[in-house]
Design a binder for this molecule. Structure first.
Ligand code: C2E
Ligand code: MG
Ligand code: MG
Length: 406
């Protein structure tokens, strides 16, 4: 089998010369033309630094005598590596899982894991997941921005909304979209929200940012409504938006001026840092609920979204964090946590959403478990509003083949 992405530049890093030869041969047989090998981390980092040789993908042996795989990944971050890795190891599954967590925590994409001895079929299957970054894709290089740069970007209108569909698992019906902000940076390309939301929160810019996102999302919701498309539109709120009661009137006012019924606006909340005084956020959220806005608890199950919030705030929707969803079908621990979260949602009569549904196996799993809605790359990546009609047409065809999995 020849891969369609044969132009990819791959680096194999392993301390055993035999493994290097073997993996390089397998890759060549798969039609990959640019394969380099290194037997130590130091040499590999030099390639990462060289503009011509910089790999798109690294096959990384976790166990190496000098610089081990985990340490190597830490250096990759310092060297602004923007590619992906495949973890190769003879260790048992639990260890590799922990390493994978660590790598993902560094925001480096893990394409998959291969256990030694590596079979060509398995290698090909993991490589199939590689996709070249699209021109509009979020850049994966991390750059630190200052508050002034972000402020200027907002003034210049460089923030724009992308939308990611949420669909029912029972029939594939599209019930809504989540608004995800991006910064179209004139030089750095698309910058992901993880790189600037924190700055906005720390420098008192989050209200201004939310205003830009919410205004855009409401205008878009109205436009879809006028075009006969009934879609709930979700917007992410930061806890820092909920520190003054004036925020409540502001949201109510903006929504009514846009001509969008409150039931069609979903407010997704995570606790990005510990709130000392819970009274004001609690009051704002409770009153928004009374006014029929839909409240959603985001990233449920992570440290930031807790049972206490669930106890105190009248949420309508529970989003199970992607770390309990993607791959849960093959992992007992993840599955236990997924089931527990879903059980809570059901008992509390909340709508459940599985985040991070990345492939057919994830879809089948969350569907079988009786989750209500799904969101993730398997369904669609976040997209500009103008791409939605074409995606909808395409989805109509795909969803027919996704009949509920028995
Ligand atoms: P979130 O609200 O949990 O949004 C889901 C994130 O998961 C998005 O990342 C989305 O692109 C990504 N995602 C979607 N499907 C998949 C999948 O199948 N697999 C994987 N691995 N990821 C998937 P994004 O757009 O980078 O946003 C990151 C976070 O930034 C959001 O997490 C949200 O907490 C925050 N954010 C985004 N927009 C805003 C905003 O307007 N205001 C605030 N306060 N926060 C925002
Ligand atoms: Mg969200
Ligand atoms: Mg989330």
């Amino acid at each position: 089998m020849l891969l369609n992405n044969s132009a990819i530049k791959i680096l194999v890093l392993d301390d055993e010369p035999f493994m290097l030869k073997l993996l390089a041969r397998m890759l060549t047989n798969l039609g990959i033309t640019s394969v380099r090998t290194c037997d130590n981390g130091r040499a590999a980092l030099m390639l990462v630094d060289s503009p011509e040789c910089r790999p798109d993908l690294i096959l990384l042996d976790i166990n190496m005598p000098q610089m081990d795989g985990v340490e190597f990944v830490r250096h990759l971050v310092e060297h602004d590596y923007a590619g992906a890795v495949i973890l190769v190891s003879g260790e048992d599954e639990r260890v590799v899982q922990s390493v994978e967590k660590l790598v993902r925590a560094h925001k480096i994409k893990v394409l998959g894991r291969l256990s030694k001895p590596v079979s060509p079929e398995r290698l090909a299957a993991v490589l199939e997941r590689w996709r070249a970054p699209l021109p509009g894709a979020v850049s994966s290089t991390r750059i630190s921005y200052s508050a002034d740069q972000l402020r200027a970007a907002m003034v210049r209108g460089e923030l724009l909304n992308y939308y990611q569909p949420k669909v029912t698992l029972a029939s594939g019906e599209v019930v809504g979209v989540e608004t995800l902000v991006r910064w179209r940076h004139p030089k750095d390309g698309m910058v992901s929200p993880d790189q600037f939301i924190g700055i906005a929160e720390r420098h008192g810019l989050i209200d201004q940012l939310t205003e830009v996102v919410l205004t855009g999302a409401l205008a878009q919701a109205r436009a879809w409504r006028d075009a006969g498309l009934s879609l709930r539109v979700a917007v992410n709120l930061s806890m820092d938006n909920l520190v003054a009661l004036s925020f409540l009137d502001y949201v109510v006012d903006l929504t009514s001026k846009a001509g969008v019924p409150p039931q069609e606006l979903v407010l997704e909340v995570t606790e990005s840092r510990l709130m000392l005084d819970q009274r004001v956020p609690l009051e704002i959220l409770t009153r928004l609920h009374l006014k029929r806005f839909r409240l959603s608890i985001d990233d449920f199950g992570t440290g930031n979204s807790s049972l206490a919030q669930l106890r105190d705030i009248p949420f309508d929707e529970l989003k199970i964090d992607q770390s309990f969803v993607h791959g849960a079908w093959g992992n007992e621990r993840q599955r236990a946590m997924f089931d527990a979260s879903l059980g809570l949602a059901k008992q509390l009569k909340m709508e459940s959403v599985a985040e991070g549904v990345e492939d057919r196996a994830d879809w089948n799993f969350v569907s079988q478990r009786g989750c209500d809605l799904a969101q993730g790359y398997f369904i669609a990546e976040p997209m500009p509003a103008e791409d939605l009609p074409a995606w909808l047409a395409d989805w109509e065809e795909r969803r027919a083949q996704l009949a509920p999995h028995k």
